[in-house]
Design a protein around this ligand. Structure first.
Ligand SMILES: Cc1cc2nc3c(=O)[nH]c(=O)nc-3n(C[C@H](O)[C@H](O)[C@H](O)COP(=O)(O)OP(=O)(O)OC[C@H]3O[C@@H](n4cnc5c(N)ncnc54)[C@H](O)[C@@H]3O)c2cc1C
Length: 386
């Protein structure tokens, strides 16, 4: 193979950002992407938006979002378990990111309204992550960056703390590359169910991974085996409630279920297990994957009545609909007596309030465990959806 100044392992947002930066500085760059061309771009292909601080409204962001507020949100989401300097770097540089990305053809869309209400904090890519990655790859091509697809890096030659070379599998053959610098941007191990099982036990077999199947943690393992220092908690993840009917890998954002705060959520025993109305949904939806992962069969059921229709993004797969709670239980394979009792207890605990699905309203339960702190409305209006 040719001589390269920089070899980038992984062709997602991080990898292409590194490759484009290195090329701008005059380096000869090669990107080794494990996926085939059509599926290039890792989880970045699925991403929708970028959280950015800004001191005044921009073309794509409303109002203001200060660096202090961004940092406070980050600390709250991570329960203060955050690397300080990295967090400062992320927050401090975020304001300049859209402009940096735009020079490589990335476009943002005007701010959104509606159930996501993220227009103040998050800039949305026009065309989503797929368009973002296509723009980067087109720029890389124009700028003379070499890209190899189905190029799976399987070994790093690390000696005396220095990476001297990499081994890449290209179909049936393997090649050695000896670049001056190696950048590893090959994602995490989120698609490696065996590795996840070491952390989550047998539950991992039931996980639905909505991102790329190509992030199997090969590079992480190679680096850890070579003595790299692990940081963070490997059980932490951005795990959300996805439709159980979604494919096991690569289903993307459309598999997400947004109905949870507007009804009740029960496990396979038809019992509620968490406050469905705890906090603003965009801030809290990412707790539900972990909550459901701890339930039997890693399965839960979101149940709403006709009053909730129109308050959330509809599911990609059609909901299961029934005229009574008992019939819904039968259709969902839940114990009907128990679901009836759970709904009855919930309905009796609901206190009247003014339902506002876009804000933390005063509709809540009293004397119920777990409580429902907001958006609590009786499930009494057919049809019922599960
Ligand atoms: C469905 C979904 C929606 C998301 N939405 C958002 C959002 O709206 N906003 C947000 O901020 N974040 C979002 N995220 C998270 C975000 O997408 C990721 O944090 C980000 O894309 C990670 O970028 P990356 O470049 O580090 O990894 P990736 O984009 O995953 O890239 C890693 C690359 O490495 C390659 N690779 C892996 N192993 C090897 C190997 N051995 N050899 C060669 N190549 C290899 C893979 O093929 C892949 O292309 C979302 C994630 C998913 C799955």
């Amino acid at each position: 193979m040719d001589i390269y100044d920089v070899a980038v392992v992984g062709g997602g947002n991080a990898g292409l950002s590194a490759a484009l930066t290195a090329r701008q500085a005059g380096a000869r760059v090669i990107v080794l992407e494990g996926a085939p061309r059509d599926l290039r771009g890792g989880n970045s292909r699925h991403t929708r938006n970028l959280r950015c601080a800004h001191a005044a409204p921009t073309r794509v962001l409303t109002d203001t979002y200060s660096e202090d507020e961004f940092l406070a949100d980050l600390l709250r989401a991570t329960r203060n378990d955050t690397d300080g300097p990295l967090a400062q770097l992320l927050v401090g540089r975020s304001a300049g990111c859209p402009e940096w990305m735009e020079q490589f053809g990335v476009r943002f869309q005007p701010s959104l309204t509606g159930t996501l209400h993220l227009s103040r904090t998050n800039a949305f890519f026009l065309g989503g992550g797929k368009a973002l990655m296509n723009s980067y790859y087109a720029s890389a091509d124009r700028m003379g960056i070499e890209v190899l697809y189905e190029a799976e890096v399987i070994a790093l030659d690390i000696r005396d703390g220095e990476c001297r070379g990499i081994t890449v599998r290209l179909g049936a053959r393997t090649e050695q590359i000896r670049p001056r610098t190696v950048v590893v941007a090959a994602g995490g191990f989120e698609a490696n169910l065996e590795w996840l099982e070491e952390i989550w036990g047998e539950a991992a077999a039931n996980f639905v991974v909505r991102g790329t199947p190509y992030n199997r943690g090969t590079l992480l393992r190679l680096l850890l085996d070579a003595g790299a220092q692990p940081v963070g908690d490997p059980s932490e993840c951005h795990a959300i409630a996805v439709d159980a009917r979604a494919p096991q890998f690569d289903g993307g954002i459309v598999t997400r279920l947004d109905s949870l705060p507007f009804g009740i959520v029960v496990n396979t025993h038809a019992d509620r297990f968490y406050d469905e109305g705890e906090d603003a949904w965009p801030k809290r939806y990412a707790i539900w994957g972990r909550l459901i992962a701890r339930q039997p069969d890693q399965t839960a059921f979101s149940i709403v009545d006709a009053k909730a229709h129109g308050t959330f993004i509809p599911s990609m797969f059609p909901p299961i609909v029934a005229p009574t709670i008992r019939e819904l239980a039968v259709a969902l394979g839940l114990p009907a007596d128990r679901l009836d009792a759970t709904v009855d207890a919930f309905n009796r605990a609901v206190r009247p309030g003014t339902f506002t699905h876009t804000a933390l309203d005063d509709c809540r339960t009293e004397g119920l465990t777990p409580p429902k702190s907001h958006w609590a409305q009786r499930l009494d209006t057919p049809p019922f959806w599960g």
